[in-house]
Design a binder for this molecule. Sequence first.
Ligand SMILES: [Zn+2]
Length: 175
Amino acid sequence: MTNEWNARLLDTQRFTESAGHAAFHTGLHSLARVQEVCDNPGVNATQTECEWSLSGEIRGSGPRRQSWLQLEAAVSLPQHCQRCLEPMSVDIKVNRWFRFVDDEATALAEDDDCEEDLLVTSGEFNAFELLEDELLLALPLIVSHADCQPPASTALVDDLPHPFAALAGLKKSKT
Ligand SMILES: [Zn+2]
């Protein structure tokens, strides 16, 4: 799929004024910060794709004219259940609107008084950064199956390398 918009260097003014729309398929390997929090990133990065899109919109007119950006994204991230420790996929969906302001100072000044999230207008806006931020925010802190049992404690001890054994190995290799 070809896109006339470059999501790493997006001209936000042109994008919103032309009611731009752009859709992307991005492999997890291109989303380094998200890949970092996934299981077995080397194996899964090539299989995991994030589908996402950007839409621009102008609302209001005259002094009340505002530029808005919608980010929609869906991805299934390889994680492991924190209760039974088995691998699982976590479906992440993002659908958020952001309003552009002229500069960082305006964003800081207005941030407390408005409910929406603010972004600073840019000729080289990196939407990948925004996508990564939002995916990480949407990922639950605790990932677990709705219904599963923790592994028996003996199995847990047997399966995991003993931390002191690993330390002993380090000491040995130094001498
Ligand atoms: Zn589980």
